[in-house]
Design a protein around this ligand. Structure first.
Ligand SMILES: [Zn+2]
Length: 376
């Protein structure tokens, strides 16, 4: 009897260990870095990045405590497993790290930041780069300087930034600063945009007279930039998205509200024509999408990938991107996480099997023994 009881406890622990730990290793192991293309010909070349969006850590107001605990564990486990397996050089978070970042007090915000840094902790050699989302500091209409400054201080972000990693240029855009209505934030973004556009221009054509100005002169070789932002560029709706993990049909049919669901057409055109990017990576919609933009007819087509949410609260099967970026090329692959429905099915089947096993091997024989004793 004791042996059977111990067996039952062992099998229950095994079930939990599989569903809460091993399943992440088994699923994430099936994913791999994308195959190298173009000028990527050496393991030293290019920068290897993981790209995640919309982690939406719950705060004090929304969601049940168990929901919060479960989602945080799932994201923590999946992220740590992925970082351990792939060992990227940089991790990009495309905004909405928090669900209630715009509502919480300064004290609660600090707690939020600490929790984020704990859940998504990486070894010192890996850089973490964050762009803000509307849930981190509020939509444009509600964006107070206090909310903007505290997020920027915590994550070293700004209204717009240019960074160079292994000769690859990335532009980090604060989507809420792209309304161009003259507000303090939008004004700062416009000034920075002009400066970055000049810098890129000087990197491409350094002989121009304006390039003698130290502020815009560039000592790095030109690399067509990659834009990282929270809102997608302007699109009418998600009807154009054909990825298998794009939005459900009902959601696709809803027209996008510019400045809420995506950037306005004007801001999109301004960004595209000033920066002339080769790729855009965005979040916010929680669903996948690949769209192509063009500044003018007969100009280069610019792909934009919407990165789905990394939280199981928003998706049954979250995902993230792995990307290898070089000065001229890039290559991407998408890694899917364990399906929530499969994990729940495994739990239900496992529990049923354990109940049947305990009835057959422990309860029924015990009852029979008691009956026999009564009859004797
Ligand atoms: Zn958002």
């Amino acid at each position: 009897m004791l042996k059977r009881l111990l067996g039952l406890v062992g099998a229950s622990l095994g079930l939990v260990f599989w569903c809460e730990y091993l399943v992440y290793i088994s699923v994430i192991y099936q994913c791999s870095w994308p195959l190298p293309v173009g000028d990527y010909n050496d393991s030293e070349d290019g920068i290897r990045a993981m790209v995640l969006a919309d982690t939406h850590l719950l705060g004090p107001y929304r969601g049940h405590w168990f929901d919060k605990l479960r989602r945080e564990w799932q994201m923590h486990r999946a992220f740590q497993t992925a970082v351990g397996i792939f060992q990227p050089e940089v991790v990009f978070f495309l905004g909405d790290l928090f669900d209630e970042g715009m509502w919480v007090s300064d004290e609660a915000f600090q707690h939020y930041v600490d929790r984020f840094k704990h859940l998504f902790k990486v070894p010192d050699a890996i850089q973490v780069i964050v762009v803000p989302g509307n849930h981190d500091m509020g939509f444009h209409y509600a964006l107070a300087p206090r909310l903007y400054n505290r997020f920027n201080q915590a994550f070293n972000s700004s209204s717009m930034q240019i960074i160079n990693l292994k000769e690859v240029t990335f532009i980090l855009v604060n989507s809420m600063a792209m309304h161009d209505d003259g507000c303090y934030l939008c004004h700062s973004a416009q000034v920075r945009l002009k400066n970055i556009a000049d810098k890129l221009d000087c990197a491409q054509n350094p002989s121009q007279s304006k390039c003698s100005n130290k502020r815009i002169s560039s000592n790095t070789e030109y690399s067509k930039p990659i834009i990282l932002q929270h809102f997608p560029m302007f699109r009418e709706s998600d009807m154009v998205c054909t990825d298998p993990d794009s939005a459900p049909q009902v959601e696709k049919e809803k027209p996008f509200r510019p400045k809420w669901d995506c950037l306005s057409k004007d801001s999109t055109d301004t960004l595209l024509s000033a920066l002339k990017p080769r790729l855009i990576l965005s979040g916010h919609t929680h669903h996948a999408c690949l769209v192509h933009h063009q500044v003018e007819k007969n100009t280069e087509v610019i792909p934009e990938y919407s990165v789905p949410s990394f939280s199981w609260r928003n998706r049954n099967e979250p995902s993230f991107f792995l990307g290898i970026f070089t000065r001229r090329d890039y290559t991407l692959s998408k890694c899917f996480m364990p399906r929530e429905s499969t994990v729940i099915f495994t739990y239900i089947s496992g529990i049923l099997a354990l109940v049947i096993y305990s009835l057959a091997t422990i309860c029924i024989p015990t009852l029979r023994q008691r009956l026999r004793r009564k009859q004797e």
